[in-house]
Design a protein around this ligand. Sequence first.
Ligand SMILES: C[S@@+](CC[C@H](N)C(=O)[O-])C[C@H]1O[C@@H](n2cnc3c(N)ncnc32)[C@H](O)[C@@H]1O
Length: 256
Amino acid sequence: MDDYTVFKELVYRKTGIDLSSYKEKQMKRRIESLASRNGYQTLSEYYKGINSDEKLYNEFINYITINVSEFYRNPGQWRVLEEEILPSLMERKRSLKIWSSACSTGEEPYSLVMLLSRYIRLNEIKILATDIDRQAMEKAKTGIYKEKSLQNLPKEFVSKYFRKNNNDFEIIEEVKARVEFGFLDLLRDSFPKGCDLILCRNVLIYFTEEAKQQIYSKFYDALEPGGILFVGSTEQIIMPNRYKLSPVETFFYRKM
Ligand SMILES: C[S@@+](CC[C@H](N)C(=O)[O-])C[C@H]1O[C@@H](n2cnc3c(N)ncnc32)[C@H](O)[C@@H]1O
């Protein structure tokens, strides 16, 4: 077995993260460069490092999960969500079951709360937000962000839902309370049922084709008939009909 195969197996046993479902070339290169930056020549030595040093371990998890996010990421798509998708979903029912399935540090689920607050009262909103990175979700729960991550967010939301705290912006409790964070591994765990809207953005790019196929089928099962899957800007689904998903707008698919 080569070095990387052994490393993947050890990481799987330690963390439950299945690196073989992530595109190998990209992931291997990232891990090797992190190992070498920390002074390790081989992956087996590096594994010993992360296995015995919590700081190295946390850095490793943080690095492989790639947490970059921002509020209203790709604002054009949020406009489509607001103008086309939400009205059609809300025509059928007012209280939607919404799942942000790789929520990272929380910008995406909190953006959803703010957007929905234009149409329904805050206390009627509930967003399920999940990820495999517990540290990222801890940060999400604090609700503290740098100004840069708010640059695409409509200004009315910034003034209404954030408190300025030195150089940072902190989300008010009423918005925080509308999001329920939890651990969910898209590769291993079962998915919630009965969703009207699922967001899975900027994570599937890292997965192998086989892993993606499995996940799309699981999204199909998780959606209500007529429910919508919203993907990231480089993540259009090839032949969505295979999964009984039909394209509605670019980056949005409806369960047939
Ligand atoms: C780049 S962020 C995307 C955040 C947000 N959806 C957005 O578009 O801004 C990717 C997230 O996917 C999460 N992730 C990676 N593998 C995952 C898996 N197997 N299951 C659930 N989340 C995963 C990472 O932890 C990371 O927080």
